[in-house]
Design a protein around this ligand. Sequence first.
Ligand code: 13P
Length: 355
Amino acid sequence: SSYHSPFVAYELISTANALVNPRGKGIYATDETPEAIEAAFRGAAEIAEEDEHWGEEDHKDRRRRWREDAYNSLSNEYISGVILFAETLLDFKLAPILLDKGIIPGVRANGELRPIPISPFEFNVQGLDDLLPKLQAARIAGARFSKWRAPIACTSAAQGLPTQAALEAQAETLAQYAAISQEAGLVPIIEPDVEFSADADLARSAEVHERAISLIYARCRVHGVLLEGSLLKPSFPQPGLKHPSRANVIPGEIARATATVLSRSVPYAVPGVVFLSGGLAPAVATSYVAAVNALVNSASETSPFSRLPPLSFSFGRALQGDAMKHWVKGDNKAMEEAFQKWSKSCSLAAKGEIA
Ligand code: 13P
């Protein structure tokens, strides 16, 4: 891949490996939009709306204080990297808190969603046009990796989503994003987020994951992405909320489907996989990471599972949910304990030890 100088390639590969090694280190995703983090504060405080005296500056100050307190609670024993929203990186300038702790800052690269004309319930992601200068500015502010989330609809085969048009559009966009991110000197984290709100069963979800991830890597090849300097951030294959089998999901079955999908679709060159939590309860998301690592650890040498790269976490809600409930009440000690508890639990899970 000709556009990487040997120095840049070396740095990309080192950073990608540092995000998933030694085993048990993972990522904390804090790249919600300001609107989404404000909604999370209200949810944690169990209120519908803020006091009418709150102005935009008060909200902004609260976002800054939350991020700062959260980052100060992290330990690099469990957390290798944190994904920041542009406001946190460029306005609040909080990357140095992380760097001082030996934690690598990253930045959210994807923009907003737009419906695909031929299939209005599916989306493509905006943000490629001005991506290079944005990521170059993020690098100057301390970022060393980036992430791009692509939501992928998933229904039963009868309902027919995702369409081939949507899968191809997302794969092409993700590959272009990854190439531009590497051009800016940032490790791309490629995030196909297969949704589980509909009526797919586990086999259908696994099939959609396999097709989506395979297409992404086919396009990465066309765009010359240096796979050794990239990571994959997938969802877990799982039955949809509207499928009857959702009522008793067994982590061991999720683990087998996940390892099967990854062994079929992720090239060897990719140094790690970091799962998103996707709104699953923290204990559930963590149990899936634990189950897939337990399966890999017990795989025989001849099993393709034994050749998978480190399988870790890149959780947002599952890591911070409990901590935020304490923080909105002003209990910073309990907040720090909640961060320690869940990041340690995720770390053990990523090593295949009991969560
Ligand atoms: P969740 O773990 O809350 O899904 O967040 C991860 C993420 O980055 C989603 O884009």
